[in-house]
Every structure is written in C-alpha cells, then in structure tokens.
Design a binder for this molecule. Sequence first.
Ligand code: UFG
Length: 330
Amino acid sequence: MSPAPKILVTGGAGYIGSHTVLALNEAGYRVVVYDNLSSGHPEAVLPPAKLLAGDLGDSAKLDSLLAEEQFSAIIHFAASIVVPESISHPLHYYHNNTIKTTGLIQAALKHQIRHFIFSSTAAVYGSPEHLPVSENAPLNPINPYGRSKLMSEWILRDATQAYPYFRHVILRYFNVAGADPRGRIGQSTPEATHLIKAACRTVLGRKEKLEIFGTDYPTPDGTGIRDYIHVTDLAKAHVLALEHLAADSDSDIFNCGYGHGYSVREIIAAVQKISGLPLQTHTSPRRTGDPAQLVADPEKLRRTFNWKPQFDDIEKIVKSAYQWEKQRPY
Ligand code: UFG
C-alpha cells in the first residue's frame, strides 16, 4: 500500500489552519505545518501532524523543506487578517500576504508540487449588491486586506495557466466561528475582534462591554448581518478540496458559508441563551468598511464537493465557541 499523501500546511498553527490540520489528521493524511508562530500556537498543532517554525519569507528554509519532503499539495493559510490593521499598515499586508504567497507559489513550482489550496475571503467582494453572493459576483475589495488576497488569487490563477500540471482551489471564507466540538482546539488569539468570540469573552467578564457597531443598517433590526460558518465544517471543505484536485478536477473557486445570515443582535441573543448569562452592550457608530449584509451562496461548494455541513446551526456554533472560551484562562 502506498503511504498517505503528505500535505504542507502554512499557517497551520492558527485558528482555521489548526482545525484543518485536525481534519487532515483524521482523514489519514501526513501533515507538516510551516508557521512563523506570530499569531499561531504550537500546541494547536495536534499530532501526528508535525510543526516546523519558519517564515515564508525565509526562502532558503522553505526550499530545503520542500526538497526534503515530497509534498503532494500545499494548503496556504499563513497571512495577516485584520482589516483595520491593513488600512493603517497596507505595505505590510501586501508584503506578508501577496509577496510571500508569490514566493510560495514559486517554491511549489520549483519542486513540482501539483496542488495548491488557497485561503481567500469574502472581503474580495467588498460590499456586494446582490445577496447571496455567488463566485461570479463583482470583485471590488474595499480594504488592503481584501486587495492583498485578490491579488494573490490572480497570481495563483496566472501560474496555473502557465504551468498546466499545477492546479488550485481557492476557498473564499465568510465569517468563520466556533471551535472543535470536542474542545481540543479553538480560536486562541486573545485579541481577536470577531463578534462571537468578543461576545463570549464579554459574558465571561473578560471584556467589559460588547460594542454593537452600527444600529442604523438597512436590516430588520438595524445591525449588520453575516453568514457564520463553523470552523469544523470549513476544515472539512479543505479535505474535500484536496480530494477534488487529486481526482484531476479543474482549478476552481468556492464560496464558503451556509447561505443564511444572522444579525449582531441575533448573535447576542444566542450567546446569552447558551451561556445563561447577561451580556452588557454599548451602541457605537458603524465601523469603517463594514458592509450591511454578507451572505454566501454555497451551492457550488455543496454540489461540486458533495459538502454536507454538520454544524449549520447558530446555537451549535455559539456553544462550541463558548465552551472553548470558558476553559481558557483569559
Ligand atoms: N461586530 C460588532 N461588535 C464587535 C465585533 C463585530 O458589532 O465587537 C459586528 C461587525 O460590525 C459586523 C459583525 O459583527 O457586522 C461581524 O464582525 P466581525 O469582526 O466578526 O467580522 P467581519 O465581518 O468584520 O470580518 C470577517 C473577518 C475578515 C473577513 C470577513 C469576510 O474578520 O477577515 O469576515 O466576510 F474578511
């Protein structure tokens, strides 16, 4: 029997990366994580996956890793992901995201690694005019983060055109939330600003108040609506993307969400219900660059990959996030 395929996961010590590594472990793949640990955590990389600490900018280290190991695919998560920071430090985002992705693609081509899965974002759509958002909606990112990811997508597509043996899947994530339902890993970045994490930290008394950014949006309760996808369902989509490429399918792009959204107030109600605790809120003005509503059309993902989400339920998402947060010391 031939050994299981070996996969390189960049950024595999981070939130979405570590859940994907867990899904790959469970599917029987051999996994090596390459992560500079700037925001990732070594303990999030569960065995038998291995961790090599390193930065994508260290091309000599990356080159020797790719020369030593025979990877059949790369899943590329490593990136800077904070939208407001991308506005204040755009060059860092273009360097860390776009330029380092280019270097990784070059290294993949040099070592004849044939399959590449890229973590992209709904931020490439900006403020979409039509909901739910399909993959062929206009691309109009409104911040450097979204532009750094869209440029990376274009570079990847051009590389695929030029080198026919090289194929990719681009996954555009909507709002990723929740934690491993068995509580082994979760969202570990203490300063993460994501709504569900911030709401859980507030009910646990680790944050004084939850800011509601904008109550005058054209939505039923005036607050922003997002499509929250459980990180374990998203991790599974990466495993299916690998199988898709291994079956010689064409390069493609998929939106990752459930196809329905929840408002900030609905999330607050769910966190109060699951925790049984009151949540202090404070109404603030809209955050710059926040669209009113962002909801994915996940039909292509479901149809092509036969993706069957298991956690498409806001209470399951909140419950796993809350349990993870509760067991943490801060
Ligand atoms: N929100 C609050 N209070 C908070 C945090 C968020 O009211 O303390 C609101 C936001 O205004 C928004 C919603 O909750 O309406 C979700 O906000 P998040 O910060 O959780 O997520 P975003 O939609 O801003 O962004 C996320 C990722 C981005 C990615 C984007 C793509 O953080 O990296 O989804 O949809 F680009």
